[in-house]
Design a protein around this ligand. Structure first.
Ligand SMILES: Nc1ncnc2c1ncn2[C@@H]1O[C@H](COP(=O)(O)OP(=O)(O)OP(=O)(O)O)[C@@H](O)[C@H]1O
Ligand SMILES: [Mg+2]
Length: 257
């Protein structure tokens, strides 16, 4: 089993230190939740893991399958099996959901085996249909341009559809629950639970304990001011819901600005 090992990660955004020494290990088969107040660096961590050029690593390493993935291009990271569901998914006019997924899937297969001719179209269609049914998505979505005119909830479902189709080994879901109505939250969570298993490690970034009732995490981490300051089990999220973050701010007074 592989693990994603984030070691002493420091990241600057626009010349300002945002991540200040993050340590976190996500193994395949585990679900981790990452919580924390607005602006503490959760999305910065997600973008850095995928190699967004605005996020400059100043110190630290991220190991996966024997590689420091910080040295790899974003597509190489994806081919290795790291996936990010965005907090704010972007629209790609002119590219349908089906074409986008087929290109991404085939690129990953080709990276694993240069001889691969890609998934045959009938097999791809069948897989896509099954995954869309799992997420209770209207089949018409497959033919629409990716995220163009999608409602907030539809965009989040499309992110989970990508995850379901690409079958990553490590998935980071950045606020996939925000903007989902109660039914959609349950459907998306059930989708994630179906994908859950010994080969998938998940990092769920969220503000709300609610999604964690459905996707029960093995570990909950709290980020404050660019560092993980507390790690616990699922009940830590309940404690936060009740008590907020002030007790953690006080406890970590020494490291806070
Ligand atoms: N592209 C950027 N340009 C300028 N500042 C940025 C950029 N990206 C992030 N930051 C800053 O880095 C800090 C951390 O932002 P980040 O988006 O990681 O927070 P977050 O923990 O995900 O917050 P939220 O819970 O609101 O999503 C913020 O102060 C933010 O303004
Ligand atoms: Mg964020």
């Amino acid at each position: 089993m592989s693990e994603l090992d984030i070691c002493n990660l420091h990241v600057n955004v626009e010349n300002r230190a945002v991540l200040k020494g993050v340590n976190l290990t996500v193994r395949q088969g585990e679900v981790h939740a990452l919580m924390g107040p607005n602006g503490t660096g959760k999305s910065t961590l997600a973008y850095t893991l995928m190699g967004h050029p605005n996020y400059k690593v100043t110190e630290g390493e991220v190991w996966f399958k024997g590689r420091n993935i910080l040295e790899l291009e974003p597509d190489q990271r994806a081919h290795l099996g790291v996936f990010l569901a965005f907090q704010y998914p972007v629209a790609i006019p002119g590219v349908t959901v089906a074409n986008f997924l087929r290109s991404a899937l085939n690129a990953r297969r080709r990276a694993a085996n240069a001889e691969d001719k890609g998934m045959p179209i009938p097999e791809f269609r069948k897989m896509l249909k099954e995954r869309m049914e799992l997420l209770k998505m209207d089949h018409a979505f497959a033919g629409r341009y990716l995220n163009e005119g999608f409602s907030g909830g539809e965009k989040k479902r499309a992110e989970v559809l990508q995850m379901a189709a690409l079958q990553p080994e490590i998935a980071v879901m950045d606020e996939t629950d925000s903007g989902l109505d109660i039914d959609a939250l349950r459907i998306v969570s059930e989708g994630v639970n179906t994908l859950r298993g010994p080969h998938l490690g998940v990092l769920v970034i969220t503000h709300y304990q609610r999604i964690l009732n459905y996707i029960r995490p093995d570990f909950v981490h709290i980020m404050l001011d660019g560092r993980i300051v507390e790690t616990g089990e699922a009940d830590l999220a309940l404690h936060l819901e009740e008590h907020g973050y002030d007790w953690l701010r006080e406890k970590n007074g020494a490291v806070m600005a």
